[in-house]
Design a protein. Structure first.
Length: 372
């Protein structure tokens, strides 16, 4: 197993460079923390990763972590608290093949029923969640990406993963190493083997989505004012913007039931081939709820019909720049109310969690006092 060293560069009394080794953390100490750290900070595993399951049961045993990457692909993570062995390679393939055989409804049930535990947000309906996050339906046949994660790996594991990656199998190997400097623990990540990028790809990415969206904007005939609406909501909903072939969506940060932050869509600008010359402004249910009574005022003075949806959201249809100019002032008043409502909800949830933690702490203190 490869050893990773870490040194701090200092200067000696003569002002010349010298190196000071940083102590390697006891493996057992890092082992106990690794899975919890990665669950709370999934960006250590992959940028734009959303974790949707932890220790979920499958026919082959508990699956350590399931996520969805920024392009909407399922990712299966096999974690070892120690060094990875070749058994881990078989396990991650077993888990990925199990998920790949599930129908979308079965996959949705598997994830929805097992979410909401061990630091993972609750997802009541995974298919609806996926549509909301990525602006498209879950692909019928998923081929999950596979990632092995551990505190080092033996040579046979490296050889096997390298062979699979070179054979165009989407499998990667990450190793972490802990170091201690004074009372601070440092964590180093090493991407030992990364899945080979295909020479031709049909993967859904931001770039390909933007290209497809541009084509549809032109085809539908709204290129004269679609991007004006997009620029407006980009400035009014200063969170996260995601493009898909059907339009832009705008997200704000919420706290999940488990106390972790997640981005959830509030407003979308959809266009459809079946509705040439028109743009749908969709206020999702959480946006309507956040605006509160302010939405009722907006709907009465909007100037265009606000069609109620069964999911709690509302849709408005705009067919010209002139119509947008007439409704824009209403949105200039409504958007700040949505932001305030979202912030209020975050603060309320944080206060509830603090109160719950305080109560738990008080109960533990009473138990300890009684034992004494």
């Amino acid at each position: 197993m490869k050893a990773i060293g870490l040194w701090r560069i200092d200067k000696d009394d003569a002002g010349k460079p010298k190196v000071c080794p940083i102590e390697i953390v006891e493996q057992t100490e890092t082992e106990a923390q690794l899975e919890e750290v990665l669950t709370r900070c999934p960006e250590l595993l992959m940028s734009d990763l959303k974790l949707i399951g932890r220790q979920t049961e499958t026919a082959g045993g508990p699956l350590d972590l399931i996520g969805v990457d920024g392009d909407g692909h399922l990712v299966v993570f096999e974690l070892k608290r120690g060094a990875l062995s070749r058994d881990a390679v078989a396990q991650v393939i077993d888990y990925a093949s199990y998920l790949s055989e599930l129908e979308p409804e079965e996959l949705s049930k598997h994830i929805s029923e097992k979410s909401g535990n061990l630091g993972i947000e609750k997802i009541p309906d995974f298919l609806a969640w996926y549509q909301e996050q990525f602006g498209k339906s879950l692909p019928y046949h998923q081929k999950p990406r596979m990632v092995l994660v551990g505190l080092g790996a033996d040579d046979r594991t490296r050889r096997m993963v390298s062979f699979l990656a070179d054979s165009d199998i989407d499998i990667s190997l990450l190793t972490f190493h802990g170091f201690k400097q004074d009372s601070t623990v440092l964590l180093a990540r090493q991407i030992e083997i990364q899945a080979k990028k295909p020479t031709t790809s049909t993967a859904v990415t931001k770039r390909t989505n933007l290209e497809k969206l541009q084509q549809r904007v032109t085809k539908v005939g709204v290129d004269g004012f679609y991007y004006e609406l997009a620029e407006f909501f980009r400035s009014q909903i200063p969170g996260y913007e995601w493009p898909n072939p059907g339009g832009f969506s705008y997200y704000l940060t919420e706290m999940t039931e488990t106390g972790t932050a997640t981005n959830r869509v509030y407003v979308s600008l959809y266009i459809y081939d079946a509705h040439p010359g028109k743009i749908e402004i969709r206020l999702h249910g959480r946006a309507v709820e956040a605006a509160g009574e302010g939405f009722q005022t907006f709907s009465k003075t909007a100037g265009v019909p606000c069609k109620q949806r069964s999911d709690g959201g509302v849709e408005l249809w705009i067919k010209s720049r002139k119509e947008w100019d007439s409704i824009k002032p209403g949105f200039q008043e409504l958007c700040p109310l949505i932001l305030e409502g979202c912030k209020r909800n975050r603060e309320k949830k944080a206060a509830e969690e603090f109160k719950e933690a305080e109560q738990t702490s008080s109960e533990l203190a009473e138990i300890e006092e009684a034992e004494v």
